[in-house]
Design a protein around this ligand. Structure first.
Ligand code: TPP
Ligand code: DXP
Ligand code: MG
Length: 662
């Protein structure tokens, strides 16, 4: 057997030698190799994954932790006929390499390249798209039940007997979400055969939190890894010859009643584990047995792995290289962005700390994203007033609502895309009761490499339709500081403020503490006459650039920053409509958002009856793939160039320029 490549010894830009992996074109090829060879393939796969991500950046740590599991599952099962679901999908890079996408793996997360998550349109080996966590058990159960129904009817649509396996791999972090429990509750009561692999690496993005995480740790420490003999004996006991089954089950049931099983057993799963998820000699025979078991019951296989496994810099880092930029394979040093203005996230955290210094009722809630939302900094300063509730967005919102009823001032710091999961909680628990919960919506707008699944596109639309909601969007980081102060001061009901991913503009220094803004009042930055551009959010600089361009063409342009989508600055909107021939609104959000709110108001005021030319510029009514944010906004038609083109086309002076949208 050749010596496996050691990634730390590879020259940074040279792909590793992968003689066995080169012979794997599709997962079925893995069936031609011995266990020893599969171990070598796993080593080569790990080296290939490290090298690829060193060139693209991405979610490396989770992928490194599942290399052996990926090889073993593909070697034992018959994908894509057998359905393999990766929860979140951020750990699926080795899976992509094994499933016909190796030639494109160095395009990961780049414009036009492979997605950083699983995606149905990308491969038949991705039976379910993911990126938001904790969906795999539900989707897997749905597939298993569909299989059972088709079996009952004898044949499936393609005309063959449907006996596929369904395997859902879910992490310990993802296991903290309500959806995972809802799915287990349902699965445990059904006699459908589903294999759930709990990939327990004792990490979420940050160290995991909560009672379930503590429970899993206790489970592991109270039960040493099963030896191979124990693994096989346990599985054989559970899946004996048919005649022995009834007696065995009665016996196990009695023992379970006496000793108490794991939580998973209590929920109706057959629990196997814990086993070492890097030990191929254990994984292969165990998975084969689970594959061949005929019994109709859900199985939970508990594997213990290390996030970042096999790459020293990842194993040694605090976040286990959850998400990395491009890096040097030898040293592990990640590419650093040149020093620039502070990120919005940082300004948010500093501003919130400044408010919380003055008001001890301010508390902050995150759903497993302390570093992403800046609440790690808040938590260092106010550990008792910071709550990481795990991946539990619904709970985070209602938990905050509960605190608000008692006079606290909760800030739910959450990515726009993840608040989608807690919509009913926002409507029913917060808005209906007019509770002053503050939503700090980070990653608003297009987010770049994470792509459509993570786009913060919809919050203006889904919050804008709720009565009494105050909605603000920051044009720059200074405005963000003011909006944090405004949200802290606003006790009359719920408030949401949105801001984009990444750095601000560095136009002006951000004060230690923001100034409270007048609710529902916008500001005018530039006065003109022909065209008015009303911006909501961080496209303001693009609007100002467009105005320069239009002015140079003899079209004086007014530029205003609405600041609020709700309540709308109706006086400002009406004036802009009255005094200009063309009114353009622009936002980093979907259709049915700010532009729609402005349009609705103006329609009732009769502005269109007297000939106003109104053009709402929003994200297109389409999902926008991963790319650089700049390229995404070009695609979306929300750049200065597109604003100019829209204004000219609307005025009928298009001189070769096309409107952003027909
Ligand atoms: C609904 C939702 N909330 C938050 C996230 C952000 N997120 C992505 S991965 C992750 C941690 C997942 O931990 P785990 O399932 O244990 O996987 P690991 O990275 O440890 O392999 C989080 C919080 C998400 N993708 N989806
Ligand atoms: C997989 C996942 O959901 C997160 O890791 C996400 O990719 C983080 O995005 P940011 O890099 O914007 O924090
Ligand atoms: Mg984990």
């Amino acid at each position: 057997m050749a010596t496996p490549p050691n990634p730390a010894r590879l020259p940074p830009n040279q792909p590793p030698a992968t003689p066995l992996l080169d012979r794997v074109r599709v997962p079925a090829d893995l069936k031609n190799f011995s266990a020893e060879q599969l171990k070598q393939i796993a080593d080569e796969l790990r080296a290939e994954t490290i090298h690829a991500v060193s060139q693209t950046g991405g979610h490396l740590g989770a992928s490194l932790g599942v290399v052996e599991l990926t090889v073993a599952i593909h070697a034992v099962f018959d994908t894509p006929k057998d359905r393999l679901l990766w929860d979140v999908g951020h750990q699926a890079y080795p899976h992509k390499i094994l499933t016909g996408r190796r030639d494109r793996i160095r395009t990961l997360r780049q414009g036009g390249g492979l997605s950083g998550f699983t995606r149905r349109s990308e491969s038949e080996y991705d039976p379910f798209g993911a990126a938001h966590s904790s969906t795999s058990i539900s989707a897997g159960l749905g597939m298993a039940v569909a299989r059972d129904l088709k079996r009952l009817s004898g044949k499936n649509a393609a005309g063959y007997r449907d006996d596929r396996n369904v395997i859902a791999v879910i992490g310990d972090g993802a296991m903290s979400a309500g959806m995972a429990y809802e799915a287990m509750n349902n699965a445990g009561a059904m006699k459908s055969r589903l294999i759930v692999v709990l990939n327990d690496n004792d990490m979420s993005i940050a160290p995991p939190v909560g009672a379930m995480s503590a429970y899993l740790s206790r489970l592991i420490s109270s039960r040493p890894f099963l030896s191979l003999r124990e693994v096989m004996a346990k599985v054989a006991r559970r899946f004996p010859a048919p005649l022995e089954r009834a007696a065995r089950r009665a016996d196990e049931f009695a023992r379970g009643m006496l000793t108490g099983g794991t939580l998973f057993e209590e929920l109706g799963f057959y629990y196997v584990g814990p086993i070492d998820g890097h030990n191929m000699d254990h994984l292969l025979p165990l998975l084969r047995n689970l594959r061949d078991a005929e019994e109709g019951a859900p199985i939970l296989l508990h594997v213990v792995t290390r996030k970042g496994k096999g790459y020293a810099p990842a194993e040694a880092s605090a976040d286990k290289y959850h998400a990395v930029s491009k890096f040097n394979v030898v040293t592990g040093d990640q590419a650093k962005a040149p020093p620039g203005p502070p990120t919005y996230t940082k300004v948010f955290a500093q501003s919130l700390i400044a408010e919380a210094e003055q008001d001890d009722r301010i508390v902050a809630v995150t759903a497993a994203m302390p570093s992403g939302t800046g609440l790690d900094a808040f938590g260092k300063r106010f550990p008792k007033r910071t709550f990481d509730v795990g991946i539990a967005e619904q709970h985070a919102v209602t938990f905050a609502a509960g605190m608000a009823t008692e006079g606290m001032k909760p800030f739910v710091a959450i990515y726009s895309t993840f608040l989608q999961r807690a919509y009913d909680q926002v409507v029913h628990d917060v808005a209906l009761q007019k509770l002053p919960v503050r939503f700090a919506l980070d990653r608003a707008g297009l987010v770049g490499a994470d792509g459509a699944t993570h786009a913060g596109a919809y919050d203006i639309a889904y919050l804008g339709c709720l009565p009494d909601m105050v909605l603000m969007a920051s044009a720059d980081e200074l405005e963000l500081a003011h909006m944090v102060a405004t949200a802290a001061a606003h006790d009359a009901g719920p408030v949401a403020l949105r801001f984009p991913r990444g750095e601000g503009f560095g136009l002006e220094p951000v004060p230690a503490r923001g100034t409270v803004l007048e609710i529902g009042k916008g500001r005018v930055l530039r006065e003109g006459s022909k065209v008015a551009i009303l911006s909501y959010g961080a496209r303001l600089q693009e609007c100002l650039r467009a105005a320069e361009d239009l002015a140079a063409r003899g079209l004086p342009c007014t530029v205003a920053d609405a600041r609020f989508a709700k309540p709308l600055d109706t006086a400002l909107v009406e004036r802009l409509a009255r005094e200009h021939e063309v009114l353009i609104t622009i936002e980093e959000g979907s259709v049915c958002g700010f532009g729609a709110l402005v349009m609705q108001h103006l329609a009732w005021k009769g502005a269109f009856d007297t000939g106003l030319k109104f053009r709402p510029m929003t994200l297109p009514d389409a999902f926008i793939d991963h790319d650089s944010p700049k390229a995404q906004y070009e695609t979306a038609g929300l750049s200065a160039r597109s604003i100019v083109a829209t204004a000219l086309a609307t005025l009928g002076e298009a001189a070769g320029l096309q409107p952003a949208r027909a």
